[in-house]
Design a protein. Structure first.
Length: 257
């Protein structure tokens, strides 16, 4: 695991954007795995800016989002498709036919998840997978107790996650309790995982993911087994790590390589 501790959320977004730009420059037809939630919004803003300055083109890329709520149409205001349109898709040159998202209202969710896995495989696998982390250590919507070998499937959200996401829904609005999500096994097959965490609410989950035992209690801890996982953290999210001095030292040394 590469642990990069940065000053603030802006530096995390800029560093993540650099990794995306490098990926797409070295492979213009990259397959990108994308995430929603509050954390990547700043990154998407930077990517849109770089696109508008001519420093990035996603025309050759394909994208696969991690998850989608069950029961929300793609055009619903709180669907992850709407989120992605708002924060990224409508501002860049991705071709609509190369944008892949799980369908939260599919008649047959099991077949939908299986087909999603097939589409990822047919696209050649995911080159760079963006992740956030839940306060309970979830990645995608793989909640604690998810099989570390799980594939894309339907998942029951924990009360904790429902509560954390309540801020996005108005009081009288239907809030989904189920989601379709890429599995942990699916995420582990991606070639490079880029996890972003900002804010002190994530500090305990980050500590368990990086320095705790690998366990389904903290799904993100499985990234300790990933051959190429980069974690970009702000100081608050890194505040509970014990080996901070080593992570800073290693980054410093790597700059001279
Ligand atoms: C979203 C996703 C989730 C979020 C996580 C953190 O596509 O897969 O795992 O990354 O819930 O969300 P924020 O960034 O809102 O704290």
């Amino acid at each position: 695991m590469r642990i990069v501790i940065l000053n603030d959320q802006t530096s995390v977004a800029e560093a993540a954007a650099d990794i995306f730009v490098d990926q797409v420059s070295s492979k213009p037809d990259s397959v990108l795995g994308l995430a929603t939630g509050s954390t990547p919004i700043a990154l998407y803003k930077v990517l849109c800016h770089r696109f508008s300055c001519g420093k990035l083109s996603l025309k050759g890329c394909a994208t696969f989002n991690l998850d989608e709520y069950v029961g929300l149409e793609g055009h619903h205001e709180q669907s992850y498709r709407t989120f992605m349109n708002k924060h990224l898709f409508r501002h860049v040159d991705l071709l609509p036919q190369r944008i892949h998202m799980l369908d939260g209202v599919a008649d047959d969710p099991v077949a939908e998840c299986r087909a999603y896995e097939d589409r990822i495989r047919e696209a050649g696998g995911i080159d760079l997978q963006l992740l956030g982390i839940g306060q309970n250590g979830h990645i995608g919507f793989n909640e604690p107790s998810s099989s570390l070998a799980s594939r894309t499937r339907i998942k029951t959200l924990t009360p904790n996650t429902i509560e954390a996401n309540r801020r996005f829904f108005s009081a009288d609005e239907f809030q989904p309790r189920l989601a379709l999500t890429m599995g942990i096994g699916t995420i582990m097959e991606t070639r490079h995982v880029l996890l972003l965490a900002t804010g002190k609410e994530k500090a305990e989950a980050v500590r368990q993911a990086v320095e705790g035992s690998v366990s389904a209690r903290c799904p993100a801890s499985v990234l300790q087994f990933h051959p190429r996982a980069t974690l970009l953290l702000d100081g608050a999210a890194a505040s509970r790590l014990e080996d901070t001095q080593y992570y800073l030292h290693a980054e410093d040394e790597n700059r001279h390589l």
